[in-house]
Design a protein around this ligand. Sequence first.
Ligand code: 5AD
Ligand code: SF4
Length: 475
Amino acid sequence: MTRIARREASQEEAARQKEIIGRLGKRLEGQELTYHLSTFGCQMNFHDSEKLRGILEEIGYRESADETKADFVLYNTCAVRENAEQKVFGKIGFLKNVKRSRPHMLLALCGCMMQQEGVVQTLKRSHRHIDLVFGTHNLYRLAELLEARMDSDSPIYDIWDSHQEIVEDLPTRRTDRHKASVNIMYGCNNFCTYCIVPYVRGRERSRNPEEILEEIRHLAADGVVEVMLLGQNVNSYGRGLPGHTNFARLLEEIEKVEGIRRIRFMTSHPKDLSEDLIRVLGASSKICPQLHLPFQSGSSRILERMNRGYTKESYLELIRKMKAAVPELALTTDIIVGFPGETEEDFLHTLDVVDQVGYDLAYTFLYSKRTGTPAASMGEQVEEEVAKERFNRLLALCNRQAYDKSAAHVGKVFEVLVEAVNDRENGILSGRLANNHLVHFSGAPAEGFLDRAVGTFLQVKVTGAKSFYLTGEAI
Ligand code: 5AD
Ligand code: SF4
């Protein structure tokens, strides 16, 4: 299909879904139904959940925090590590009991975990109380699937292998009034050997720049001042699109949107981070001085086995260039410990990278074997005890470093976007610095008017530091 034809098809599909949403809304009118939605995993999943919420609320469902009392319970699942899957299976068992006393309730599962054949087989065989199962490629069809389940006596399973058509333009319920996530691409082509994502999210597909810009202009008109651009590998944005668009050019265009004051993005892959992008980051006043750049392992030998496409040295060189272009840059990363074949020497390289770079925050993971990925069948799986011991050493270093990074803010004044009234402490607001550090602070507008500060920018003097947040006073 040509680009234009594809866009028309996707708009037609969006219109069809809106019609179903309207029809279902009429059918359920007056019933005062509630839904409960729990999300596991990454920002991409949380953003998908905003879309699911939008659809459900447009139908007329109201959100409920209590999954034992809701009429419709939906879990948006993650497949990246085994423990996230175990949590979902725990919930499935728990809901079986709840449903016994409330047989009218509908239970649904969606997201990455459902894209795995084995999981769906288990559900079909052993968990027939789950009414609706769908995947990552067809979540925009929630209303249609819900309607089909209401008209059927048995569970519905609808999983697609992949889908080229990107259907946007459906109702969304943003979590924050002033911040929004925007998908710029879907899927991943990198096939890092430990990772299940390319199998459950499909091949890389970039959205058209015009559509992305249109969405961001709408968001800005609706009061959004900060956007988070989402993709599994934003640095390869634009591949496969006609013309010469790339991520750096897209950022330059987004920068021109009036009303948007902060631009963030994730996730970046070191192998695709271009000189062009470094130049744009260095020159920009809106792109936040913050970069999430997972390195996974500090050992070039392990990086090769992971199929990451860079070495320890080239990663460190990239960091050096980034720091030179953006001196106040805050860096965050993902690290895996215990990848098959990792020796003590390999692990020491990981500690060395952390030591040399200095991360504001590091997300550390024990390697988790994912069936179907190349690493799952590699020999030399690391013993659990050994991996845990390494993990603890890494965590201690990262926590120390996070504290040092926080402490370096004390005594200085920063511009803060106020995000919330703190619900634990009276008179305290919470917000973020441009570099994404979280700050809880006092001394904002007179009490009772705190709400009005949310979404505004204030100058805050940082007076205290913990590993994962700062404290301060508005000035
Ligand atoms: N085991 C442990 N961590 C993993 N990640 C991805 N796959 C696995 C796995 N099999 C981590 C990577 C990635 C982050 C989102 O999750 O560090 O960057
Ligand atoms: Fe997984 Fe690698 Fe793709 Fe990230 S870049 S989603 S780690 S395969």
